[in-house]
Write a protein that binds this ligand. Sequence first.
Ligand SMILES: Nc1ncnc2c1ncn2[C@@H]1O[C@H](COP(=O)(O)OP(=O)(O)O)[C@@H](O)[C@H]1O
Ligand SMILES: [Mg+2]
Length: 256
Amino acid sequence: MTGTIGKEPYIEIRGVRKGFSFGAEKVAIFSDLSLNIARGDFVAVMGPSGSGKSTLLNMLSGIDRPDSGKVRIGDSHLEQMGESAKAAWRAHNLGIVFQFYNLLPMLNTAQNVELPLLLKPLSRRQRAERVDTVLDLVGLDGRQKQYPASMSGGQQQRVGIARAIVTDPGLLLCDEPTGDLDCKSANDILEMLRLLNRELNKTIVMVTHDPEAAGFARRTLHLNKGEFTEQFQREPEDLAPQPHRDEAMEQGVARQ
Ligand SMILES: Nc1ncnc2c1ncn2[C@@H]1O[C@H](COP(=O)(O)OP(=O)(O)O)[C@@H](O)[C@H]1O
Ligand SMILES: [Mg+2]
C-alpha cells in the first residue's frame, strides 16, 4: 500500500444517488449520500424502517449499484465493476451476516460454513481445517455434524458468523444480526462481533434498530430521509491498536 492510499478511508461513499422504480414512478432513497469509514472501525447504522439501511449494505456489497456517485472499498471502485468482478471481489473481501442466518437446512454446520471456501483453490483437508478453526472461534467446536434445525437461534447465528469469516475477509456487513434473538443470545453475538473487530481487525458495518446493540459499536450513525447524522463516536484513544491507525482520524460523516 502506498502512503497516499494509506491516508484514504477504507470505505468511501461519495455523492451517491439511488432510487427504485415502481412502474412509471421513481422513488429516491438517496440523492446525495456521502460517508467515510476507517479500516478497523465498527459502525452501527440505525434508522426507521424504509430509510435505506439495507440498500446501503447492498451498495457496500455491490449487490445494488448506485444510480450515480462513488462506492470505493480499499482499491475497488464497486460502481465501476461488472458482476463477475464484483462476485470475485466479494469472495475475497466480504462476509455477510443476515438476520435470519440464511443457513441451508439440508447441509450440516461444517458444510454450511465450508460453502464460501468452495470458490477457492483449497484441498478438502485445507477447507476442513479452516472450518474447524472458525467453528472453534465462535464456540461451536464439536458441532460440525449438527444440522441447523436442531440448533437454537443463537447457535445458528454463530454458524452464520463462522461462514462469514471463514475466508478471512476484511469487511463484515451485518443486517440486524440480533433481530431474531433473545437478549442473552444477542449479547453473545454482539460480544463476538466486538471480538472480531478488536482482535482480528475486521471492519464491521452493522444495521440495527436496537440502541443496546449499537452500544457495542465504536460509532453510531442515524440514517433518516436520505442523510446520515452521527449520534455517537468514541474517542480515538478508545480505538484498539490498528495497523492502519492513521485512518482512524479519517472517521466522520464526509463533509462536502
Ligand atoms: N429492490 C427494490 N425494488 C424496489 N424498491 C426497493 C428495493 N429495495 C428497497 N426498496 C425500497 O427502498 C426503500 C428503502 O428500503 P431498505 O433499504 O430495505 O430500507 P430499510 O432497510 O432501512 O428498512 C423502501 O421504501 C423499499 O421499499
Ligand atoms: Mg432493512
